[in-house]
Design a protein around this ligand. Structure first.
Ligand code: HT7
Ligand code: ZN
Length: 892
């Protein structure tokens, strides 16, 4: 497949002033008539190139006259015309086959309904069009379909008319007043229930908010509608951005490749991010729904009103919108709690986001798919909806927020919208807006060094050294940054020179007794100072530091970097006990546990390993600290995940990681039995006093209660398994039920496991989202191996064609069951499933294909077996462009 380069960008040679689409919808064969009002931008004639794939051409007319085959060129991916005049009307009639479309890109069938997914390049599967985000057009859409099968016909914008037609068909006409690129086009046709509310926007406009779902699911849409209304309010209040539509619709789809899609005024969602009630959704699902609904809604400004010039700029909308949804969730959590708890609620959200970044993005940035947040090249854009573009992209926005402060950042956003509303722009345009404000507020400084974050891949390392001068009571801190070559850079000769980045590095100092040392900041003092690291090495000196301090580093994770500082173990224990920054405090405990666990795995890292006793003591101190919220404790007391540990283990030894982590969980379960029991007891009493609500306070309490249960059962299964069974049987909500079921499934009593799984299945057999959980739980269970997964694949409820189901069983096994998958049989199974999925849905297959991206880091026996499996995939004769890009890069 050809490689597309960012530097080859050329503006499109034509404008599409208006687009009229008329659909004769039918799941077998849909006919599309597209009428485009086209104008050339330059003075000399140039070919008009339109994208189109898997389409059947019926006719082409220019200004009402049919073209003959000699007048155009048609190949598998493009239709080329040779217009002489500067402006003309082009009408194309074509057919497509929704029923045969298993890729879920373009127009496809889900259940009995029809949906579209056009981002990034799905519109070309509907009709021929300039399928690129910088071609914006005003859309009018006519939908015709059988009135019984498809009573609801939805598209973007405003409903202009609805008419009954002959032969039991009907028609709806929609007009979107906002010019948009075709990736934001959507249609939905089907029979749905709808929950709605009318609101008045801050500008005084009336707007209708609607959530559509399959018949029978209406009872599970209340939370989604609340989240939508809260999103509207939050964007008005914090960003001053109003809803610009009379009607905003969300439709839940069972079959969907990603989380959701921000089509203008008609968001299509994976039903997993819409449907919730206490009996079927966990606290984590409620939280995820809030965040995804916020995310898609916030795209209305950051993505739709101002969109991307080309797909290399994807982070322009995705990084910014993830930052906005993270802040939305943090504000929502904090708002529901008293002020004291609000600080820790924000820290909990930050911890969760950083864990997600380290789980998915750090490995990506160290592997064969490493790319800057604004990639330089790609073969298949679908492969670049990555943790780097999204999550690291959000960190890059967050650093700009840190450099400018809330007020300065909002001023930068206003500048951005003032300059670019209604345009398709670049990441540089965004930073230009922020830089204008930054320069005005920081004379003599600019963001030129900061911009390198957009073009440099790899996770930078910041090395910290401290020099304390006891005589002068001063302390100097030296920060040095470096970023190793990653991905293709490793093979460059001469080696790539990576210039320094602008890293806002938040730091505090603690006395050897654990009290905060005030740091001079201009004429004030502060506990936390943000240092501007812009060179390879810089030093700062602090006065009035009597003893050698313990540094609290990268507070609130102020930059997406890895910190290197040679802490003594007792210093980490001190930070875990006393640090006033909740993020750095959590980090210290996790680092202590990581050191202990890695030392169990590899004999050569024993020089700085803590004693088990220090770990137990630290966990005990944390678990008994009643100033900490339950939600925070649940994060602080859980050990670093297997995947995060694997990332730090050299060479990576998955089976040893699993064994070491389980052993430590059992040790802590036994050693702190009394504390776990008392938490379990107290939290049960507290939770029993009120009915279920998906609020952060209760969610934290349930999380800590499940954490305590899991430690108890892991430590002494014979003594505490009954407690888990009791919780399972008496559960009044899904969080309790899943917490206990997952504890049951991860121990050894086969009979208890089978009984609980059977009861769960029969209770929820008609709820697909819960059956996904049932598959996922078994996929990750300690006893599950390839044979178990194969047998689950023969279950009548399993299908590869539904992405949620494939993710629940295959992805969960391959990505999150290290014990089960890391064997020759596991890798062979993975290769087989990548190929099977590729024939159905290349976007999904390519994601599974990335499971062992970092195979070269593994210990030799694992490495060789993964290489064999990768080569098997590579040798397959009909790989999609998606999978072949991933596998070729992995083997390069
Ligand atoms: N902007 C949306 C991207 C998306 C997508 C991309 C490729 C294939 C299917 C897809 N579905 C949605 C999602 C978002 O970031 O909001
Ligand atoms: Zn997005």
């Amino acid at each position: 497949a050809p490689t597309i380069y960012r530097h080859d960008y050329q503006p499109y040679a034509y404008r599409v002033k208006s687009t009229r689409l008329c659909f004769e919808l039918d799941e077998n064969v849909t006919t599309v008539v597209s009428t485009l009002d086209i104008e050339r931008t330059g003075t000399t004639p140039v070919p008009l190139i339109l994208n189109g794939e898997h389409l059947e051409l019926i006719s082409i007319e220019v200004n009402g006259s049919p073209l003959s085959e000699n007048d155009y060129r048609l190949d598998t991916e493009t239709l080329t015309l040779f217009p002489e005049s500067t402006s003309f009307s082009l009408q194309i009639t074509n057919r497509c086959k929704p029923i045969d479309n298993s890729s879920l890109m373009g127009l496809y069938v889900s259940g009995k309904s029809l949906f579209t997914q056009c981002e990034a390049e799905g519109f070309r599967r509907i009709t021929w069009f300039p399928d690129r985000p910088d071609v914006m057009s005003r859309f009018t859409v006519t939908l015709r379909a059988d009135a019984k099968r498809y009573p609801l016909l939805l598209s973007n914008g405003n409903l202009i008319s609805q008419t009954d037609l002959a032969n039991g068909r009907h028609e709806a006409v929609w007009e979107d007043p906002h010019p948009k690129p075709c990736y934001l086009f959507a249609l939905v046709a089907g029979d749905f229930d709808c929950r709605e509310t009318r609101i008045k926007t801050a500008e005084g406009r009336e707007a209708l908010l609607q959530v559509y779902c399959d018949k029978g699911d209406l009872g599970k849409t209340a939370w989604a509608l609340q989240c939508l209304e809260r999103s509207v309010r939050w964007d008005e209040q914090r960003f001053g951005l109003p809803l610009d539509l009379d009607r905003f619709m969300i439709v839940a789809a069972r079959d969907f490749n990603m989380g959701a899609m921000e089509n203008k005024g008609l968001n299509v969602f994976n039903s997993a991010y819409v449907l919730a009630d206490p009996d079927t959704a966990t606290d984590a699902s409620y939280e995820a729904i809030e965040s995804v609904i916020g995310h898609e809604y916030f795209h209305n400004w950051t993505g739709n009103r101002v969109t991307c010039r080309d797909w290399f700029q994807l982070s322009l909308k995705e990084g910014l919108t993830v930052f906005r949804d993270q802040e939305f969730s943090a504000d929502m959590m904090a708002a529901s709690l008293p002020e004291k708890e609000a600080v820790s609620a924000r820290a909990v959200k930050r911890i969760d986001d950083v864990v997600a970044l380290r789980t998915a993005q750090f490995p990506e940035d160290a592997g064969p798919m490493a790319h800057p947040i604004r990639p330089e090249s790609y073969q298949e854009i679908g492969n670049f909806y990555t943790a780097t573009v999204y999550e690291k992209g959000a960190e890059v926005i967050r650093m700009q927020h840190t450099l400018l402060g809330e007020e300065g950042f909002q001023a930068g956003m206003q500048t951005y919208f003032r300059r670019h509303d209604g345009q398709a722009v670049t990441c540089d345009d965004f930073v230009d807006a922020m830089d204008t404000v930054y320069r005005a507020r920081n004379p003599g400084k600019d963001m030129s060094v900061f911009r390198r974050w957009y073009s440099q891949a790899g996770t930078p390392r910041v090395n910290v050294s401290i020099n304390h001068d006891a005589a002068n009571q001063s302390c100097s801190i030296t920060l040095s940054q470096r970023c190793e070559p990653v991905g293709v850079e490793k093979r460059r000769n001469p080696p790539v020179e990576k210039p320094p980045l602008h890293i806002p590095f938040a730091l505090g100092l603690l006395s050897p007794e654990g009290t905060p040392i005030p740091l001079q900041n201009g004429s004030d003092t502060t506990d936390t100072l943000v240092l501007d690291l812009t060179e390879h090495t810089q030093s700062w000196t602090f006065k009035n530091v009597p003893g050698r301090p313990v540094p609290s580093l990268l507070r609130h994770f102020s930059a997406p970097v890895i910190v290197e500082y040679d802490y003594r173990n007792d210093e980490l224990a001190l930070l875990a006990r006393f640090d006033t920054d909740p993020f750095a405090r959590w980090e210290a405990g996790q680092e202590l546990a990581t050191r202990y666990l890695l030392a169990q795995v590899s004999e050569n890292i024993t020089n700085n390993a803590p004693e088990l006793a220090l770990l137990v003591e630290t966990w005990q101190t944390l678990a008994s600290d009643d100033t900490l919220s339950a939600a925070y404790l649940a994060r602080a007391l859980v050990l670093p995940s297997e995947r995060i540990l694997l990332e730090k283990c050299k060479p990576a030894d998955p089976q040893a990681i699993v064994a070491a982590r389980n052993a430590l969980r059992a040790e802590l379960g036994i050693a702190l039995q009394d504390i776990w029991q008392s938490h379990y007891q107290n939290l049960s009493e507290t939770l029993n006093k009120s009915s279920y609500a998906p609020n952060p306070l209760q969610a934290g309490q349930r999380a800590l209660r499940n954490c305590a249960l899991s430690y108890l059962v892991t430590g002494q299964p014979q003594k505490y398994l009954d407690l888990a069974v009791k919780q399972y049987e008496g559960a009044t909500n899904m969080t309790e039920r899943m917490g206990s079921l997952s504890t049951i499934v991860h121990q050894d009593s086969v009979q208890t496991i089978q009984k609980a799984l059977a009861s769960f299945y029969s209770r929820y057999e008609n709820n697909p989202l819960v059956i996904d959980r049932w598959f996922a739980l078994q996929a990750t269970a300690a006893s599950t191996d390839v044979d178990t997964v194969r047998s689950l694949m023969t279950h009548p409820a399993f299908t590869m064609r539904n992405p949620n189901r494939a993710r629940a069983l295959l992805f969960q096994f391959c990505l999150n069951n290290l014990k089960g998958v890391h064997s020759q049989a596991g890798y062979a199974f993975w290769a087989e499933q990548v190929l099977a999925l590729d024939a159905i849905n290349p976007e999904i297959a390519a994601r599974l294909a990335r499971a062992f991206d970092n195979w070269r880091r593994f210990a030799p026996a694992y490495r060789d077996a993964i290489e064999t499996a990768l080569k098997k995939i590579q040798a397959h004769p009909t790989l999609s462009r998606n999978v072949s890009e991933i596998i070729n890069k992995a083997l390069e």
